[in-house]
Design a protein. Structure first.
Ligand code: FAD
Ligand code: UDP
Length: 394
């Protein structure tokens, strides 16, 4: 059996935050990951031909309004002043997102003031009562009116979910932001930026501690090593951040996920699209968006005659596909409740992270919830951590 005080399954932000905190408080930690690299979905690498940093599992933008998380992450990396903005192509024309006064005025070829735009959208949205909308389409129309909904939401959503918006729950876009100013910052958070020397350097610094051992290419469910479920369950505390249904051998069924396919290409042009993310709102393009990574780091030197782009396609996950976004159908929610009951029968295991809780979590949320687990739940499994005062936990 593995010689440690704590086993962590998964080296994503959730697992590494627990590992770093426990190690800093004197615990010996082993972190295993089935992949050949650490860092989970935030992992990035420098594309060899161009030296441009590519986010291997889709573009990752860090943003948070949580001061504790912001202070914590700054211990491991400095952040650039990058501010995320997204544009979208509709019928051969580029519009700013999220939908704002610029989008509205460009779309209607108008020069409305904020109040005029508000009145126009309210009139167009009158077709459905927001409160009584029974699906995503009705909800979308009740929020922004049919013309904007059909241009920017309907086909993009159908591509992303591979389901007609009339069959999707209204909640998916219940907070669709519409700004009656020209502000097109994508995020509203207090803090935003990208790690100065990349995500992987940040993640590696979290794991760089004499009390932390990281074992890659090591699957918890492979019984051939000493950190497997079979070898460790009941013998030491475990924090599990893999898929909750896999842990229980899918006994209550398979939770459904969306996955993404990425098509990466090095192009012989200095600048392909002039910005980091371009959405494609119409159904004629099969991809939902194109990322051009050099624009995430304008402060870095990059080739003048080459660029890296990544087209993103969305579909339902099957078999060995990477699970990315929980689909969250009513059946999934019922299954999740059944799994939560089974979790109660595993007192030595804490389930965390996006896979372990079947929840979409941004990075700051994964880190924040790991910090709470370290404060509130881990001391029950590792009594030595009870002696840690809240002030010294920081
Ligand atoms: P993960 O990073 O998924 O880590 C889980 C780890 O567990 C993985 O490394 C996996 O290999 C390992 N594992 C699973 N099963 C086993 C097993 N049996 N044995 C051993 N190891 C196992 N967040 C933002 O804040 N901003 C963004 O812009 C953003 N963009 C995103 C884009 C995409 C396409 C996706 C999918 C996510 C995005 N996120 C973003 C969310 C971000 O990726 C998560 O917040 C973060 O990855 C959560 O970390 P985690 O540790 O919970 O999970
Ligand atoms: N959305 C849309 N058009 C867009 C961008 C987003 O219709 O150009 C809708 C779509 O339903 C999507 C949701 O808004 O599922 C959330 O989109 P976002 O891009 O914020 O999610 P991400 O995929 O980045 O997590």
């Amino acid at each position: 059996m593995v010689n440690a005080d704590l086993l962590i399954v998964g080296s994503g932000f959730f697992g590494l935050t627990i590992a770093e905190r426990a190690a800093e408080h004197g615990q010996k930690v082993v972190v295993i990951d089935r992949r050949s690299h650490l860092g989970g979905n935030a992992y990035s690498e420098f594309e060899p031909e161009t030296g441009i940093e590519v986010h291997r599992y889709g573009a990752h933008l860090f943003h948070t309004s949580n001061e504790r998380v912001w202070e914590y992450v700054n211990r491991f990396t400095a952040f650039t002043s990058y501010v995320h903005r997204v544009y979208t192509v509709h019928k051969g024309e580029v519009y700013p997102l999220p939908i704002n006064l610029g989008t509205v005025n460009q779309f209607f070829r108008s020069a409305h003031s904020p109040d005029q735009a508000r009145a126009l959208l309210a009139e167009q949205a009158g077709e459905f009562e927001s409160g009584s909308a029974s699906n995503l389409e009705e909800k979308g129309i009740s929020l922004i009116g049919r013309p904007l909904y059909e241009a920017f939401i309907r086909d993009y959503t159908a591509k992303q979910w591979q389901t007609s918006p009339t069959e999707l729950p209204p909640e998916i876009i219940s907070r669709l932001p519409v700004r009656y100013t020209y502000d097109n910052r994508y995020f509203n958070d207090t803090h935003e930026g990208l790690p100065v020397d990349g995500y992987t350097a940040w993640l590696e610094r979290m794991a760089d501690h004499p009390n932390i051992e990281v074992r890659l290419d090591t699957d918890f469910f492979d019984d051939s090593h000493d950190a497997s479920k079979a070898a460790t369950l009941g013998k030491l505390p475990i924090v599990y951040t893999g898929p909750v249904d896999r842990y229980f051998d899918y006994s209550e069924g398979h939770l459904s996920w969306r996955t993404l396919d990425f098509e990466e290409e090095v192009l012989p042009v200095g600048d392909f699209q002039g910005t980091s993310v371009m959405n494609y709102a119409d159904s004629d393009a099969a991809y939902t968006r194109i990322h051009e990574f050099k624009h995430f780091h304008p402060e870095r030197d990059s080739p003048k005659d080459k660029t890296v782009v990544m087209r993103e396609f969305s579909r339902f996950a099957e078999g060995d596909d990477e699970p990315y976004y929980p689909v969250n159908t009513p059946e999934d929610r019922e299954m999740l409740l059944a799994y939560r009951q089974r979790i109660e029968g595993e007192p030595q295991v804490l389930f965390g992270g996006r896979l372990g809780t079947y929840q979409y979590l941004d990075m700051h949320m994964a880190i924040g919830s790991a910090l709470s687990m370290f404060d509130n739940q881990l001391p029950e499994l590792i009594p030595a951590l009870n002696d840690v005062t809240p002030a010294s936990k920081a």
